[in-house]
Design a protein around this ligand. Structure first.
Ligand code: BEZ
Length: 232
């Protein structure tokens, strides 16, 4: 019973990112302390030398400069050993072509986690899917070390990396401009003004003919031009 609880326990949005030290393909890391002041995407993949994971690593590695420009570091993890990681990343660079990408070097750290210590801390082992492989988990951790968003995908499904970037930009924009983002928001589209918290503000909103568009007192949007958004 205790073991099952440990496997299935997972941090939640708003929690501090659980800390750990680990060996990675870029040396040892002390997480999240080493990343203080930066956003981090901590993600897991099921196994080295597997096709979906290979396509994902190539895509993430190609996009790494775009995430770096958004003050965001990438950290990967799987339940494999360091030498497997090194051999796989070398193979990717030397042999694999995918989606117009080739000669791709993965420069972000990939954690070795044979003991599953980190994977279990982050709820990446989901026994209904696999008790030996991590699912495709994505944790967005902000510069204060707080978990801000979590996305899980099954083993069979490669992630949409444009969506991961969009999510990061949406959270950074919400923080900077004190707004929220509506369904399918993309930079340049209207954003949501925080809901009125008093009758007076609700009335003002409905009377106000400023830059806001109020569909009703609780649902007001306003333009936020792309130029005001940090796109990296
Ligand atoms: C893959 O990355 O291709 C994969 C890994 C584990 C299970 C299924 C697919």
């Amino acid at each position: 019973m205790e073991n099952t609880e440990q496997i299935t326990s997972m941090p939640r949005i708003g929690d501090k990112a659980p800390s750990f030290t680990a060996v990675t393909t870029q040396g040892n890391i002390n997480f999240p302390a080493d990343y203080s002041g930066k956003w981090v995407i901590l993600f897991s993949h099921p196994a080295d030398f597997t096709p979906v994971c290979t396509s994902e690593f190539m895509t993430f590695a190609k996009m790494e400069p775009e995430f770096e420009a958004l003050n965001c570091k990438l950290v990967g993890l799987s339940v494999d050993g360091l030498y497997s990681h090194i051999a796989w990343l070398r193979t990717i660079k030397e042999k694999i072509e995918f989606n117009g990408m080739k000669n791709i070097e993965v420069n972000f750290p990939l954690i070795e986690d044979i003991t599953m210590e980190v994977a279990k801390k982050y709820g990446m082992i989901q026994p209904g899917e696999s008790s030996t492989k991590a699912v495709r988990a994505v944790f967005f951790i902000d510069p204060n070390g707080t978990i801000r968003a979590i996305i899980y995908y099954p083993l069979s499904m490669g992630r949409n990396f444009q969506e991961l970037k969009r999510a990061l930009i949406a959270m950074q924009t919400a923080d900077k401009h004190a707004i929220a983002t509506p369904a399918d928001w993309e930079p340049g589209k209207d954003v949501i003004v925080p809901t009125a918290g008093s009758c007076g503000v609700a009335k003002e909103r409905m009377d106000n003919k400023s830059e806001m568009t109020c569909h009703d007192w609780f649902f007001c949007t306003k333009p936020l031009p792309k130029e005001k958004i940090d796109l990296g």
